[in-house]
Design a protein around this ligand. Structure first.
Ligand SMILES: [Zn+2]
Length: 494
């Protein structure tokens, strides 16, 4: 989609701005507002103590579209914002207007009550998070770095994991790491011609062999301590009530013995598809294309391999491994190979290696393989937010805020689905999040990025809340608890 100003579809964002201006008059009077790339919003509420690093509360203004074919299946019209006495219904009710309006409502109320912040509060609202943030957060990230500087913020809270009541223990799951990703294009070209005189392999045949080679060589899954998936296991072993004893023991042993760690990797991690995907770099051939007519040899064929890169690796390491995976097969098939701009098997390879004594024959390759990064949207794994040790103060603050919010909300006697009401039973289970939020453009701003909505998952799965599908809704009580979270956070952050 072309940028704002060149495509009228962006103009609906103007309506969001009109709404915010009309509904939050005190914010508009008290905070400064900068618009970045037309629709990105940066509000600043300047604190009284300029020696304290400011913090960012982030959210996105956009939503995913409603599939027109599903409109009739919504209980209440998707853009109605209907409140039925219990829940608020509509696209964005959960993702991510709940956060955005909860932040705004919190600040509006604090101003009304003559509260002033000690630490500067910055709001950063992108407008195309659901389309990778290339016009919104990408520009906001740059603008924030220019205005405030590198590493200028104490922390950032953006959308992400929520909390859940599991057998009277509350697990809060803020995202503190993200895998990277890269789509790699694997293309084979060779001379075309009429299919009545075919070669042994067409480009499609070569491509099929290469894909098979990839699938025969999955990425190794290596469990490492000091990674989020490992910490999740330790957390599970420490807190889960129904974990088998043998598993629990194996996890604890792996903490101080490398042999036990590898045994655990083999016996448990590799056996669990979900878990091994979380730990390792994954590969999946997701797109294939080639050929135009049944009587014409396809001059080219390509596939796209999607990778989710493990948090200890890099994009270029992934590219290098993919190259290595197919190099010897390419050679045995008689194909030249160019990978990421570098000639790995040049044409001269065949010319020289086939130069026999009898002739000066011009032996040549049978075709060409090209590996390249597709779509221009590869992303390195995110730097991990510290959750222990000397640098964990922001994390400690966030977890304290979550706990305080949880208990004070229930102390009001408000009816909730959760059963835990007292005692020290909120556990923190920092997560690797799948899918990147707007914060992928904010890495330079702080090391302390929390992808967390204080959203109650007791309600059920994503399906029940309709995130990205029909019947998106949020119970009013859950929404109020989000407001309580932001209120607590602002109040306590000094
Ligand atoms: Zn979202």
């Amino acid at each position: 989609m072309p940028p704002p100003g060149q495509d009228p579809r962006w103009e609906t964002m103007g309506l969001v701005h009109d709404y915010l201006a009309a509904e939050f008059p005190l914010i508009n009077k008290t905070l400064s507002l900068a618009k970045v790339n037309t629709y990105g919003l940066i509000y600043e509420w300047t604190g009284t103590n300029s020696s304290l690093k400011p913090y960012i509360l982030a959210a996105h203004q956009d939503v995913v579209p409603v599939n027109p074919e599903t409109v009739s299946t919504w209980t209440h019209p998707p853009y109605s914002g209907f409140f039925d006495g219990e829940s608020i219904w509509g696209r964005g009710a959960s993702d991510d207007k709940a956060s955005l309006t909860a932040i705004m409502l919190t600040l509006e109320t604090l101003i009304q009550k003559d509260w002033t912040p000690e630490r500067t509060i910055v709001l950063a609202f992108g407008f195309d998070e659901e389309a990778s943030g290339i016009y919104g957060a990408k520009y906001l990230g740059k603008a924030l770095e220019e205005t405030y500087g590198r590493d200028a913020f104490a922390f950032i809270v953006d959308e992400g994991g929520g909390f859940k009541d599991v057998y009277e223990t509350i697990f809060a799951t803020p995202g503190v790491a993200e895998k990277g990703h890269a789509d790699i294009k694997l293309e084979v070209t060779s001379p075309g011609g009429h299919s009545s005189v075919p070669p042994v392999h067409t480009t499609i045949g070569y491509l099929a062999s290469l894909i098979t080679e990839f699938e025969k060589n999955p990425y190794p899954v290596e469990l490492a301590r000091d990674t989020v998936p490992y910490d999740n296991l330790v957390c599970m072993a420490a807190h889960s009530r129904d974990i088998p004893r043998s598993l629990k023991r194996a996890i604890f042993r792996s903490g101080h013995s490398n042999a036990a760690l590898h045994r655990f990797e083999k016996d448990f991690v590799l056996q669990d598809k979900f878990y091994s995907s979380l730990v390792g770099t994954t590969q999946a051939v997701d797109i294939i294309s080639g050929g135009v007519k049944s009587n014409a040899l396809p001059e080219s064929a390509f596939a796209i391999i999607n990778h989710r890169i493990n948090t200890l690796s890099f994009v270029n390491e992934t590219a290098a491994r993919d190259t290595q995976t197919i190099t010897s097969l390419a050679e045995s098939l008689g194909l030249t190979l160019k990978a990421f701009g570098e000639d790995v098997i040049p044409e001269s390879f065949y010319a020289t290696s086939h130069c026999s004594s009898q002739s000066s024959s011009t032996s040549s390759s049978k075709g060409h393989i090209e590996l390249s990064l597709a779509f221009n949207h590869e992303l390195e794994p995110a730097p991990r937010t510290p959750t222990s040790g000397k640098e964990s103060k922001p994390w400690d603050f966030l977890s304290g805020t979550i706990k305080a919010t949880y208990y004070s909300h229930r102390a009001q006697g408000i009816k909730t689905e959760t059963t835990a009401t007292d005692g020290d039973n909120v556990d923190f289970d920092p997560r690797n999040v799948d899918g990147n939020t707007d914060t992928k453009y904010y890495w330079n701003l702080t090391r302390h990025i929390f992808r967390y909505n204080h959203k109650n998952a007791a309600y059920g799965s994503e399906i029940a809340t309709g995130v990205h599908t029909v019947n998106e809704n949020i119970p009013l009580d859950h929404y109020l608890e989000i407001i309580r979270f932001f209120t607590t956070l602002n109040n306590e952050c000094r």
